[in-house]
Design a protein around this ligand. Sequence first.
Ligand SMILES: NC(=O)c1ccc[n+]([C@@H]2O[C@H](COP(=O)([O-])OP(=O)(O)OC[C@H]3O[C@@H](n4cnc5c(N)ncnc54)[C@H](OP(=O)(O)O)[C@@H]3O)[C@@H](O)[C@H]2O)c1
Length: 350
Amino acid sequence: MAPSNTSIKLVRNIPSGTPTLDDFKIETIETPTKDSLKPDQVLVRTLYLSCDPYFRGRLTGTRDSYVASFAPGKPIEGLGVGIVEASTSSKFSEGDLVTGGSFLWETRHVLSESEITKVPSNTGISPANYLGVLGMPSFTAYVGLVSLCSPKAGETILVSAASGAVGQMVVQLAKARGLRVIGAAGSDDKVDFVKSLGADVVFNYKTCGSLQETVKKAAPQGIDIYFDNVGGELLDVALSSMKFNGRIAACGMISQYNATPETAYRIKNLVNIVPKKVSIFGFIVTDYYSKPDYKNFIDEVSASLQQGKVQYKLDEVTGLENAPQALLDLFEGKNFGKRVVKVTDTNQRL
Ligand SMILES: NC(=O)c1ccc[n+]([C@@H]2O[C@H](COP(=O)([O-])OP(=O)(O)OC[C@H]3O[C@@H](n4cnc5c(N)ncnc54)[C@H](OP(=O)(O)O)[C@@H]3O)[C@@H](O)[C@H]2O)c1
């Protein structure tokens, strides 16, 4: 009997507002077999799937984006790690550990060889790390901070969503470069964690009172770099707190992803950009994988990991059927660290 194959599909596009579990459906579908493979394809068993805030943009149905929207009736897809169970590709063999950005939210599925790359197995680290510390969020931190904002020792950086997948790495890359780091996070546990990474001042933006006064107190001389993961009010406060020649890594604006035209936050302090000569760098990490920055990132972070100089918090949810909730949690701050879904066990066999 073929093993059961679970598939998470989108029911409808959600142009704005807050998605719910009803927008997803869980189906049991036929498991692909080795015989169904076309040339240069692999059958992959999914180990881990990545939940990322950028999925919100892919739920909208808009064509006006750097990445295609999810389509109703089709499975959700994104970054994943899995094991090759069968292959018609000369580049991949049974047992290879692979990663890529086109993993379907299914237990087993077929990918073409161009959609995956091999990653080292039996290294003693969880394969989930290829979605975190050695993966896209961590590289995003590197691009936004190192490649774009040119940090210098002694400068002050403010990082929002500082305990998250991207933020926790920004904090550590900035400390390693001698910056004074101020972190913002949404719970006291998260604040403690960001402090444990070496941040100099960390505040709970939900309970601190006036954001303007809190940032002013943490950085009386102002901010050189703002690494923006959230947009909204904190971006507004940062804009009014930037020093001359300040830089903003416009990485993400999660506070606005579920906003409607009526609830969207209206920025008031953009006027500071010109007289203070502030640079704002909007960027998408996928543009940087083909640049030298990627090798530089892998070299630095692999070495730091081996030397125990970097920590990285994964937040694992078990079971593909729980993936929609695991994703929706991101927009309420219910994840603590890099949110991944564990689909099957590393040692599980057909
Ligand atoms: N430009 C790129 O190429 C790129 C690549 C990857 C990620 N990103 C962006 O980077 C940002 C962080 O992504 P991530 O993967 O590291 O996510 P994450 O921080 O692991 O998870 C999202 C976090 O955002 C915070 N949040 C959620 N709703 C919020 C709200 N209404 N107001 C303020 N904070 C809120 C929560 O943390 P708290 O509990 O601390 O509020 C939540 O835990 C996102 O905006 C994402 O879109 C951009």
